[in-house]
Design a protein around this ligand. Structure first.
Ligand SMILES: [Ca+2]
Ligand SMILES: [Ca+2]
Ligand SMILES: [Ca+2]
Length: 299
């Protein structure tokens, strides 16, 4: 069961612009503000792809761009608990941040949710050790939560067609993306050749995102084996990076590094879910989640 944490709530996707396909959230805690552009991912309770990925039972937002080095610098400056490994990042400005472990990315998301790296959907001990994910409790407290997308949330945002009619092989569609124009892969851009470009330099993807294919690998919240029941187990990465061949951008490509890994080729984007507890809908949504679960078991 990949998404155990959403039953019992009704998801509401509209942050600022009701029912629009895109929005920007200005997130402020203390003296620090950052603005993150999001796109809406609808078609709740869609079918999974033949791969078994992509079914999400609720509406959510996903960030239009990879989190940038500027974003990372602002938030890690505000909260010194986030950066616990290497602080080196070969990228800067509007390039995607990298050298980020899963734990660091989770704390970045927590800070956006709560203003505290150790409080949010990701539970950490007082000694800065990751314990578990609990989206429900965080949503109860904060209403709007920022999280790493689950692998299903990531997959759907990248590969699900905007008309809801199924999936494509690449985030830009079924046509092979042109290297250096549609997506940054095969190390053909940058100076010297082979570097991350500024987020959004490519072609708009299925659902309004950029660079889900290529530029930088992206952490998902999910364990590679589909069930996050060990805080230190390998996680699922998606999308490929600028040095990869085309195949890494395809929907059938996933890799599973350890969550403490910090490398130049890996960063992340965020999802956001706004949740309003509504008892009358609890039973229906729980049934919907159960149906998703049962479909998966037959895969
Ligand atoms: Ca780091
Ligand atoms: Ca990417
Ligand atoms: Ca597991």
């Amino acid at each position: 069961m990949k998404n155990p944490s959403i039953s019992g709530f009704t998801a509401c996707i509209c942050l600022i612009h009701a029912c629009s396909s895109a929005s920007a959230a200005v997130i402020s805690h203390g003296d620090t503000s950052i603005e993150i552009a999001f796109v809406d991912i609808g078609y709740a309770d869609n079918n999974a792809d033949t791969s078994g990925f992509g079914s999400v039972a609720y509406d959510y937002l996903i960030s239009k761009y990879e989190i940038t080095s500027n974003d990372w610098l602002a938030v890690t400056t505000a909260d010194s608990d986030i950066e616990t490994g290497s602080a080196s990042d070969p990228h800067n400005g509007l390039q995607p941040t990298s050298e980020v472990s899963w734990y660091e990315a989770a704390k970045f998301a927590n800070w956006l949710t709560s203003g505290d790296a150790l409080s949010g959907a990701y539970k950490f001990s007082d000694s800065n050790t990751f314990i578990s994910v609990d989206r429900d409790s965080a949503a109860d407290i904060y209403q709007t939560i920022y999280v790493l997308p689950t692998e299903d949330e990531w997959y759907k945002a990248a590969y699900y067609k905007s008309d809801g009619s199924g999936y494509t092989a690449y985030a830009t569609g079924d046509t092979i993306p042109v290297s250096g124009t549609d997506a940054n892969y095969r190390a053909t851009v940058g100076s010297p050749a082979g570097a991350a470009w500024s987020v959004g330099d490519g072609t708009e993807e299925n659902n309004g995102t950029y660079d889900m294919g290529g530029n930088i690998w992206e952490w998902t919240e999910s364990a590679y084996d589909g069930e996050l029941n060990d805080p230190d187990e390998i996680r699922a990465l998606r999308g490929g990076y600028y040095g990869n061949i085309l195949q890494s951008l395809r929907s059938d490509k996933r890799i599973g590094p350890a969550p403490d890994g910090e490398v130049f080729s890996t960063g992340f984007r965020l999802a956001s879910i706004s949740i309003v507890p509504e008892p009358s809908s609890t039973a229906l949504l729980s049934l919907g989640s159960l149906a998703v679960f049962m479909r998966r078991r037959r895969d």
